[in-house]
Ligand binder design. Sequence first.
Ligand code: NAP
Length: 283
Amino acid sequence: MIKYLVIGDPVAHSRSPKMQNAAFKACGMGEPYGIRHVRPEELPEFFEYARTHFAGVNLTVPHKLMAAELADTLTLRAKQCKSVNTLIIRNGHITGDSTDGVGLERALMHNFDLTVKGKNFIFLGAGGAARATAIHFAAEGAKRIIFVNRTASKAFEIINDIDSLQTGCFCGFASPGETDAIAAELKICDCIIQATSLGLKESDPPPIDLQLLEINKNLVIFDTIYKNTKLLQKAAALGIRCSGGREMLIQQGAESFRLWTNKEPDLDAMRAGFELPPGGVEV
Ligand code: NAP
């Protein structure tokens, strides 16, 4: 019987069912995780149905912000980033949580042995993924976060939210074309997080001028996209340590699993359950 779900619009491409069912199976709990296409206008009705029919839900694009308004209660981290990717449903009560930030934090530890505390980050992008993860990083003691994004206002909304948390994290902004400002930041940067959607399509341009990567080859690059993007190809050619987004998806899903079951998921089973999209290249 399906007790857990991933919902989104679109959602057919999601690898969460394979990944989560691998974890449930490894715990002897069968395959209780399904998938459902839910449009934004259907979300309030879905919440009422979920209240009595499911124990847990993952939400993907474009539901994360609206879900933060519809949940009965939010965890502190969901409140801080105003985004929800996990619903925990007990006795008809819906708690919203955000596991994207901790998922990325653990992915950086797994892939690069990198901790967030005291580090300087450049975030390429200021959409939902950048918002949830950067706010988590600031709360976890990141020293400096610079957002590079096409639309300045979205970056400044995140910066204002981080400033209001009074974490001591310094935040700044540069447009993708401000190469001098980006070059200066790269010199002191520990880690670039690529969180734009540029790279999903082969024809996409890179999110920044790739020549800039030559400035600092000691940083690490995490691209949230699951493909071998132009950014990752250039970084690898320069000998910069880099990875795609697979481990973030696994770690955020693992955290959802813990919240629902109070059990430790088998991460290797989840990794094995993860499948690449057609044409995707694992890095
Ligand atoms: P989103 O809210 O729609 O944000 C998209 C971001 O990409 C914005 O910063 C946007 O800039 C930028 N962008 C889009 N098209 C662009 C273009 N033509 N030129 C320049 N910038 C452009 O999406 P999201 O939810 O944050 O997702 C962003 C990425 O993160 C996606 O690639 C997604 O696959 C990935 N992601 C991965 C995981 C994981 O577990 N690995 C989890 C979540 C998301 P503007 O602000 O200027 O529009």
